[in-house]
Design a protein around this ligand. Structure first.
Ligand SMILES: C[S@@+](CC[C@H](N)C(=O)[O-])C[C@H]1O[C@@H](n2cnc3c(N)ncnc32)[C@H](O)[C@@H]1O
Length: 222
């Protein structure tokens, strides 16, 4: 999607997800990247979803819907709103998760979401922040937009690949450099310290766990 007023780097952060690339996404991300480059066990991501997913959930930056498909969601009463800038991701994930009550919303997570406030029990932003341009400080607007949709006491969670303050292997460093050059990722300056600061500024109750160069975070929405 390109459109009037959309910065090039925001466009680039979602442009890689085409019907063709989405066919290989699960293999590339969950079998190869998580295991060999980012060093985050997929079981930790599934456990994150299992711990935090509410019956009425908002997923922002949906990809293929892999984790929502594989986690212990509460079918048949599970309701999931999928929000993404990319129509291919939305279509792919909606098809895959058709056993739930699915709503799709095409939206830029860097702007306020066109959803009613406080309606969701949980929201996820998994592997979204590292796609977005800007500093962790500016990207954290996404946390505000997601949290605005969640009821007080609800959960906000996700994971992001960092470049600073975490252990980045030589292989991961080379891969991240390439992805940043291509505009698929924008995380060359993303640090664990900045992520901690932004989470702490918003959520008195939150937790970050680091696996390899990936931060896995979860918070209670105040
Ligand atoms: C790396 S995938 C993550 C998919 C999934 N959450 C996962 O954990 O595998 C990033 C997703 O975020 C979407 N995305 C990228 N930039 C976005 C933006 N500014 N607003 C909303 N979605 C965006 C992409 O289209 C893609 O579906």
């Amino acid at each position: 999607m390109t459109g009037p007023g959309m910065p090039v780097d925001v466009h680039e952060g979602q442009a890689a997800y085409t019907p063709w690339t989405l066919r290989f996404y699960d293999l590339a991300i969950f079998q190869v990247n998580c295991r060999f480059f980012w060093r985050v066990p997929v079981r930790e991501l599934l456990a994150l979803f299992d711990r935090n997913l509410a019956d009425v959930h908002l997923d922002i930056g949906v990809g293929t819907g892999y984790l929502l498909d594989r986690c212990r969601a509460h079918a048949p009463r599970q309701a999931v709103t999928l929000a993404d800038l990319n129509e291919h991701s939305l279509r792919h994930a909606a098809r895959r998760l058709a056993r739930y009550h699915i709503t799709t919303v095409r939206a830029d997570a860097l702007r306020a979401l066109p959803l009613p406030p406080g309606c969701f029990g949980s929201a996820s932003v998994n592997f979204l922040l590292h796609c977005l341009p800007g500093t962790i400080r500016s990207k954290a607007a996404v946390l505000d937009h997601a949290a605005a949709c969640v009821r007080p006491g609800g959960r906000l969670f996700g994971a992001t690949v960092l470049a600073r303050g975490v252990r980045v292997t030589a292989g991961a460093r080379a891969q991240l450099a390439l992805l940043n050059r291509r505009g698929v990722f924008h995380n060359a300056h993303d640090s664990l310290a900045d992520l901690r600061t932004e989470l702490a500024a918003r959520f008195p109750s939150h937790r970050i766990a680091v696996f390899g160069c990936t931060a896995v975070f979860e918070a209670e929405v105040p």
